[in-house]
Design a protein around this ligand. Structure first.
Ligand SMILES: [Zn+2]
Length: 74
């Protein structure tokens, strides 16, 4: 799709790293599927993927972790 930020580039299916912080907890998700603009680098994460990230975050938060590196397998 065409990038909505720079209106110049096209997005490519790729993977990115997402960092979520909540109170004292930091979660680092590797290999998160995203559409990334080849021009400005803007990352578009689908609402479905975003939902999963939040569910993971919720579960980790319950465990009381402070720092976790997760491999996001969609
Ligand atoms: Zn762009």
């Amino acid at each position: 799709m065409k990038c909505a930020i720079c209106r110049n580039g096209m997005t490519q299916k790729s993977y990115t790293t997402v960092v979520l912080e909540r109170n004292q907890m930091t979660l680092v998700f590797k290999h998160v599927p995203a559409d990334i603009c080849e021009n400005c680098g803007e990352e578009y994460i689908s609402s479905e993927t975003n939902e999963k990230l939040l569910q993971y975050a919720e579960a980790e938060y319950e465990k009381g972790v402070s720092l976790e590196l997760l491999n996001f397998a969609a």
